[in-house]
Design a protein around this ligand. Structure first.
Ligand SMILES: NC(=O)c1ccc[n+]([C@@H]2O[C@H](COP(=O)([O-])OP(=O)(O)OC[C@H]3O[C@@H](n4cnc5c(N)ncnc54)[C@H](OP(=O)(O)O)[C@@H]3O)[C@@H](O)[C@H]2O)c1
Length: 279
């Protein structure tokens, strides 16, 4: 049996592929480029190109589980519903979907895909992480290295930053468990940090001062528009506004049974990856 990993060249999917491979599961990675990613089999696949949906099943007729990501696509229904329907018709028995804390079933974008799984009455799990600690090493990497700063509209809002490692582990567990979870989980890290507190921690690790420069939601929207669609830019900037109001912190206090356990800390991530921000 094979597990198809969409987003398998990304941060979470890539780590998930390694975990599954090490445990002896057969993995097929779906990627728009189809570029080989040793040691994994790769298939050309694009959620925006319906002609590519059949490719994974042609390449490996034994696919029975699928890890689903929703990368920067807001109008999801016309793309994800046909793919989910086709996958079920080809023998897929379980989907594990990566969304986010704020994506409730049916809400635009990721929440619509969550609802598609509920409507399909198929076995599933939905993983709803808060903000990734790895954003410091991707989105903020250049500004930390070049200007010793990060910029956000999150103000004093505190975030229970989560590691990709913990998300990939949750994806692994929910894909391979004998019984299907058929529920969603919030994924939050073990500690809360505002951006001011996070850059103070990073400063102590790097031995130089990194600052958090505050911007408004409107200013952030303009920044995001430089590389995302206007609609997506609005969504991302608005999420920073929600964090400023304490809406991301609130997930930290959800009852234990609503959350998936996570153990990796921001301090350890900074220590292990200090080379990323070295000057
Ligand atoms: N960063 C955060 O703080 C945060 C917080 C909560 C939730 N999330 C969610 O996490 C997800 C991102 O996960 P990640 O960080 O692991 O991914 P990532 O590193 O950003 O990589 C994106 C992945 O999506 C694939 N992809 C992009 N467009 C595609 C398309 N049209 N069709 C098929 N595949 C496509 C890419 O594959 P190819 O380029 O090979 O095609 C790549 O593997 C997003 O859904 C995001 O909303 C992020």
């Amino acid at each position: 049996m094979t597990i198809l990993i969409t987003g398998g060249t990304g941060k979470v999917g890539g780590r998930l592929a390694q975990l599954l491979h090490s445990a002896g599961h057969r993995v097929l990675i779906a990627s728009r480029t189809g570029k080989p990613t040793t040691p994994f089999a790769v298939v050309t696949f694009d959620f925006l190109d319906h002609g590519s949906f059949v490719n994974p099943f042609k390449q490996d007729p034994d696919i029975d589980r699928v890890f689903l990501v929703v990368p920067d696509i807001l109008n999801t229904l016309p793309h994800y519903k046909p793919f989910i329907d086709m996958a079920i018709s080809k023998g897929v028995k379980r989907f594990v979907l990566l969304t986010s804390t704020q994506a409730h079933p049916g809400s635009p974008g990721q929440g619509v895909v969550h609802q598609c799984l509920l409507d399909a009455k198929v076995d599933y799990a939905v993983l709803r992480p808060t903000w990734f600690m790895q954003n410091f090493g991707t989105d903020f990497k250049d500004s930390i290295r070049d200007s010793n700063e990060i910029v956000s509209a999150a103000g004093d809002g505190r975030i229970p930053f989560i590691s990709n490692e913990d998300i990939a582990q949750a994806a692994f567990d929910t894909l391979v468990s004998e019984a299907s979870p058929n529920r969603d989980y919030y994924l939050v890290g073990p500690e809360l940090y505002s951006y001011d507190e996070a850059v103070a921690l990073l400063s102590s690790v790097l031995g130089r001062t990194i600052i958090h420069r505050r911007s408004t939601v409107e200013e952030q929207e303009e920044v995001y528009k430089q590389f995302l669609s206007p609609e997506m830019a609005k969504v991302l900037a608005a999420m920073e506004g929600l964090a400023a109001e304490g809406k991301e912190e609130a997930f930290f206090y959800e009852p234990e049974h609503r959350k998936y356990p996570a153990k990796h800390t921001l301090g350890q991530y900074f220590k292990d990856n200090a080379h990323l921000w070295a000057i």
